[in-house]
Design a binder for this molecule. Structure first.
Ligand code: LLP
Length: 446
C-alpha cells in the first residue's frame, strides 16, 4: 500500500519507524501486541482530539446563524477514557442506554451535557436519567412521553425535565437501508406527515410537566451529501412554525442529528466537516427566512459519532492458518472476526488491511481475510490485496474505531479484545481483554 493511501486511512500519529514497521504515537505496534495480545484495538488520542477540534473550528468558521453545541454520539464507541476526552474538548455526550449513561457517570461527565436518546428506553433507564439529572431526554414515541411525564411527577418535584421531541423528518438519504433512520417508515421519532408530531408537542406544552426545549431528528448515517441536513433543518423549522401558530411555542434548540460519513477504501472522498458546517448555515438561514422570520434562531446541536472516532481506531489481528480452496478463494484466517467487527457481515462494510511488520510491501495476492468464528459470513475483507501473509504475522485494519467494539459479541464464547488508548506520554488500557472467567461467572454456580 502506498504511503499516501496509508496516511488517509490511519490515525494521525501513525507512521513508519526506522525498521519500516508501523507505529502509532511513537509506539511500535508489534511491541504493543507483545504486551497486550491480539486481537487488539488501538486508539490514537491525537486523532480524536483533532477530530473534535476540527468540528468546533469548522462550525465556528462556517456556522454563524446561532450558537452551536457538538455532542459526541457515544454509540460509535464509548469508554470512560473517551468520555473524559470528549469532555475536555468541551463537547456533550449522546447516550442511548443506562449502560452508556453509567459510563458517562463513571467518567465524571457533566450530566447537564448529556442527551439521552433511544426508541424504547425502559422505565428504570428513564428513572436513572432523571436521578442523574441528564441535560436532555429525547422523546421518541407516545409511550415514552406518557411514561416520562408520570416519572417526572414522581421523581422530580418542582423540576421539569428538559426534553427534545424526536421527529422522523422523512428526508431521503443515500445510504445502506439499515443506516437510514429519518424516513416515514423509520422506527425512530414521531412522523411529521400524520400530525402525530404536532399532537405530541402540543401535549407536552399543555401538560407543562416536561420542558420542551427543542426538536431533534437524525436522517441516517454514513451520509456523504449535505442535502439531508439542509432539508432536515428546513422541515423542523417548518414544523416549528406550525406549532408557533398553534401554541406560541418556538424551539430554543434544534438538531439534525449526526451521521456525517468518513472516507472508506474504494469509495469517493467525503467532503470535510467545513462543508457540512456551511450547509448547516445555509439550511438554518433558509429555514429561518421561510419559517422563522423575526424569531430567535434556535441553537444548533449536532451529534457526530463515526466522524470523530472511526479513523482514531485500528484493529490488530494475528494471522493464523491459510487455506487455498479448489473453489478459487484463498483464505487468510485471523484470530478475531465478526464478533469484534460485525460491520462487513451486517452492512457489507468495506475495510482494507496492511501487514504491520511490512506495511509498504507490494501486494502479491488477493485473499479473503476471514475470522475465526463458525460462520461462512465471517469475512472481514472479502477481497484483500496483500503481500503473502505468513502465519504469526500481524494484520491491521484501519478505520476500526467506530461501531466495531460497541457491536461486539461473545459469539462462540470468545472473550472480547483488549482496547488501548495511546499517545506520546502513555498507553492506557481502556478495556482489559475479557477473560474466560468473565464469561463463566455469568452462568453462576451449578
Ligand atoms: N445521533 C443519533 C440520534 C443517531 O442515531 C446516531 C447514529 C448518531 C447521532 C451518530 O451517527 P454517526 O455520526 O456516528 O454516523 N452501527 C452502524 C451505525 C448506526 C448509527 C446509529 N445512529 C454502523 O456500524 O455503521
Amino acid at each position: 500500500m502506498s504511503q499516501l493511501v496509508l496516511a488517509k486511512l490511519l490515525p494521525d500519529s501513525a507512521g513508519l519507524d526506522q525498521g519500516g514497521e508501523l507505529h502509532i504515537a511513537d509506539r511500535n505496534i508489534r511491541e504493543l501486541v507483545e504486551e497486550y495480545g491480539t486481537p487488539l484495538y488501538i486508539f490514537d488520542r491525537a486523532t480524536i482530539v483533532h477530530a473534535c477540534r476540527g468540528y468546533l473550528k469548522a462550525l465556528s468558521e462556517h456556522y454563524r446563524a446561532s450558537g452551536v453545541r457538538v455532542i459526541y454520539a457515544a454509540k460509535a464507541y464509548l469508554a470512560p477514557h473517551i468520555a473524559r476526552l470528549v469532555e475536555e474538548q468541551g463537547m456533550g455526550l449522546d447516550v442511548v442506554s443506562g449502560g452508556e449513561l453509567l459510563v458517562a457517570q463513571r467518567a465524571g461527565f457533566p450530566m447537564e451535557r448529556v442527551s439521552f436518546h433511544g426508541n424504547n428506553k425502559s422505565e428504570s433507564e428513564l428513572r436513572l436519567a432523571l436521578r442523574l439529572g441528564v441535560g436532555r431526554i429525547v422523546l421518541d414515541n407516545w409511550s415514552e412521553l406518557e411514561l416520562l411525564t408520570r416519572l417526572a411527577c414522581e421523581e422530580r418535584e418542582g423540576q421539569r425535565p428538559r426534553v427534545l421531541l424526536r421527529i422522523a423528518p422523512d428526508v431521503e438519504t443515500d445510504t445502506h437501508r439499515y443506516l437510514q433512520t429519518g424516513h416515514a417508515a423509520a422506527k425512530f421519532g414521531f412522523p411529521l406527515g400524520s400530525g402525530e408530531a404536532r399532537a405530541a408537542a402540543a401535549r407536552i406544552i399543555d401538560q407543562g410537566v416536561l420542558e420542551l426545549v427543542g426538536l431533534h431528528a437524525h436522517s441516517g448515517t454514513m451520509l456523504r451529501e449535505t442535502r439531508p441536513y439542509e432539508e432536515c433543518l428546513e422541515r423542523l423549522l417548518a414544523f416549528a412554525d406550525g406549532l408557533y401558530d398553534d401554541c406560541g411555542w418556538w424551539p430554543k434548540e434544534i438538531s439534525p442529528g449526526g451521521g456525517w460519513a468518513i472516507g472508506v477504501p474504494g469509495q469517493e472522498e467525503v467532503p470535510g466537516v467545513a462543508v457540512l458546517a456551511g450547509a448547516l448555515q445555509a439550511g438554518m438561514e433558509r429555514g429561518m427566512g421561510r419559517y422563522g422570520q423575526g424569531r430567535p434562531v434556535p441553537e444548533l446541536i449536532i451529534e457526530p459519532g463515526r466522524s470523530i472516532i472511526a479513523r482514531a481506531g485500528v484493529a490488530v489481528y494475528r494471522v493464523g492458518a491459510r487455506k487455498v480452496t479448489p473453489g478459487g478463494v484463498t483464505y487468510v484466517f485471523v484470530d478475531g472476526g465478526m464478533a469484534d467487527n460485525i460491520r462487513p457481515a451486517l452492512y457489507g462494510a468495506r475495510y482494507s488491511a496492511l501487514a504491520v511488520e511490512r506495511p509498504l510491501a507490494a501486494s502479491e495476492e488477493r485473499v479473503c481475510v476471514a475470522g475465526r468464528y463458525c460462520e461462512s459470513g465471517d469475512m472481514l475483507i472479502e477481497e484483500a490485496e496483500l503481500p503473502r501473509m505468513r502465519e504469526g504475522e500481524l494484520l491491521l485494519l484501519p478505520l476500526a474505531g467506530a461501531y466495531c467494539l460497541p457491536m461486539a459479541s461473545n459469539y462462540n464464547l470468545v472473550p472480547r479484545p483488549a482496547v488501548i488508548l495511546v499517545d506520546e506520554q502513555c498507553v492506557q488500557v481502556m478495556e482489559r481483554r475479557e477473560t474466560y472467567e468473565d464469561l463463566l461467572t455469568r452462568y453462576g454456580e451449578l
